[in-house]
Design a protein around this ligand. Sequence first.
Ligand code: NAI
Ligand code: 15L
Length: 264
Amino acid sequence: MLKHLLLTGAAGGVGQAIRPLLKTMAATVGAADIVPVGALRPHVTYQACELADRDAVSRLIEGVDGILHLGGISVEQPFDAILQANILGTYNLFEGARHHGRPRIIFASSNHVVGFYRRDERVDASAPPRPDSLYGVSKVFGESLASLYFDKFGQECLSLRIGSCFPQPKNPRMLATWLAVEDLADLCACAFSVPRLGHTIIYGMSDNDEVWWDNRAAAFLGWKPQRSSSRWRDEILAATNEDPADPAVIYQGGGFAGSGHPED
Ligand code: NAI
Ligand code: 15L
């Protein structure tokens, strides 16, 4: 069990959903965000922090023995916003960790790192990135930083290419990409407790029937997702009429692959 876990992005969708599940993972949790995180349990404290502020991020990491880094821009946005929150913010986080005893990091990467693979392709962690957005590029940056910081400084990190972590899948694409937050919490527990993590890349999806991603290289983590999108399949497919020629349907990244430049 961790002594003190830092959770960035604690006010976001995943941050709010996972907070109640962290109790068995860490004695205390520092819940950081630029906006208030809402009601807190006794073992959780709120820490206001702008990820682009290097000194503030460094202070956050003092006394921490594990980090779940969810904070940042989570969708496609103009480059300057992504630059501050995801590129500078992630750099600041890794630098803070390097200066404060190298607590293990779980980095919320994204399936949009590989969003320009087609849905009929199977990809594993060794596949070259094919980002589908500036947002996806920022996650490639984060994963590269994690690789550098492990090889050069011994900073361990799980780069977790989350599929779609929402209460339930919303469309046919999410029948493949859906990740239940309970499965995410189980994966975090595995990543914090496995004897050696190194820099590992894993895809974050539940035990869905549709499978695009191959996690065999990360089997040593011992993670066995328990939930599945299948209970929503009939309902989702009955309500959908997709155009198979639409890039958002052809590619794994969905609408991120199908959209134009965010500043046009
Ligand atoms: P979200 O957008 O709901 O939450 C992100 C949080 O980060 C927000 O509370 C926001 O205030 C905070 N944040 C943004 N910029 C910041 C800054 N400059 N300084 C400090 N805090 C800042 O996103 P969600 O859905 O909770 O996702 C969490 C993480 O997981 C994100 O990094 C996202 O890219 C990643 N992810 C999420 C997926 C999902 O299906 N929810 C899929 C793939 C990746
Ligand atoms: C992501 O990376 C986003 O953060 C999230 O909002 C969803 O769009 C998700 O990917 C997805 O691909 O469904």
